[in-house]
Design a binder for this molecule. Structure first.
Ligand code: CP
Ligand code: NVA
Length: 301
């Protein structure tokens, strides 16, 4: 494993190895055991979109591992003025030990990996959000004790989160049911991958998807970059909400997850969000631990 570009590239064993390392680093952090596994190394963090969790968890994670992190906004980088990503990759590879990038096109992340000579980590593209889903899988395993056979349901937009949850869930043995409106299905590449699994269901019916679910996921109806479609999307996704009524269909001890930021009253009700807040903020915390595992795996010399 040289990069983390998307979960489709990882074997189930590699995913589990990252989750195990994340658990170990979390335990050690909580027990005051300090590591300097990335001492003297610098991670560049390129952000072409906003972020709270990704930025802070990578920066803190790098600091806890004894290294440094550089926040690089597209407002300041020449990339924002049209310098090709291929050149940016070759230049930054001469200074840095790893790059985390949040951007629009998955191709840009793939190009960084192709032209650079250091590990590249995808911190969200329009296609995928692998770091988030590693944290999600870590959280589900913490709460349910296992992933194999656990039923995941995703309600809402067939976006980057849906794509990565489907791949991550299926690769780790989860049953995955997804409910999206017909015009907002997950990426065809992901659906092609999922076709090979008898444990995958795609429907437009949220009750069907939520039936007996052990964990329910959702995400915003309009992702970053889709702000102009917010009104159309509000209409298209009306009813695609995780709420107390829907949870009656799920397993009695079902957990609820949201990658955040959440829009209460849209994809999740206020009541359900607050009832499951501990699980949701465990998920947010696990970004830190899961990403430390990714950085150690990719960058430790
Ligand atoms: N979930 C997530 O990636 O959050 P940020 O956009 O705040 O980084
Ligand atoms: N689908 C959302 C996830 C945010 C973490 C977005 O891309 O904006």
């Amino acid at each position: 494993m040289n990069h983390l570009l998307k979960l489709l590239d990882l074997t189930p064993e590699e995913i589990i190895e990252l989750l195990n390392l994340g658990d170990q680093l979390k335990y050690e952090q909580k027990h005051g055991i300090r590591h300097h596994l990335l001492e003297g190394q610098t991670l560049g963090m390129i952000f072409q979109k906003a972020s709270t969790r990704t930025r802070v968890s990578f920066e803190v994670g790098m600091s806890q591992l004894g290294g440094d992190a550089l926040f690089l906004s597209n407002r300041d980088l020449q990339i924002g003025r049209g310098e090709p990503v291929q050149d940016t990759a070759r230049v930054l590879s001469r200074y840095l030990d790893g790059i985390m990038i949040r951007t629009f096109a998955q191709q840009e992340v793939d190009d960084l990996a192709e032209y650079g000579s250091i590990p590249i980590i995808n911190g969200l593209t329009d296609f995928s959000h692998p770091c988030q889903v590693l944290a999600d899988l870590m959280t589900v395993r913490e709460h349910k004790g296992r992933l194999d056979g656990v039923k995941m349901c995703y309600i809402g937009d067939g976006n980057n989160m849906a794509n990565s949850l489907i791949v991550g869930g299926l690769k780790t043995g989860m049953k995955v049911s997804v409910a999206t409106p017909d015009d907002y299905r997950p990426d065809p590449v992901v659906l092609e991958f999922a076709k090979g699994y008898g444990s995958f269901r795609l429907t437009d019916n949220i009750l069907e998807a939520a039936a007996d679910a052990d964990v329910l996921f959702t995400d915003v109806w309009a992702s970053m970059g889709q702000e102009g479609e917010a009104e159309i999307r509000r209409k298209a996704f009306a009813g695609y909400q995780i709420n107390e009524e829907l949870l009656k269909n799920a397993a009695p001890d079902a957990m609820v997850q949201h990658c955040l930021p959440a829009h209460r009253g849209e994809e999740i009700s206020e009541e359900t969000f607050e009832k499951h807040a501990d699980e949701i903020f465990d998920e947010a915390e696990n970004r830190l631990h899961a990403q430390k595992a990714v950085m150690v795996k990719l960058m430790k010399k």
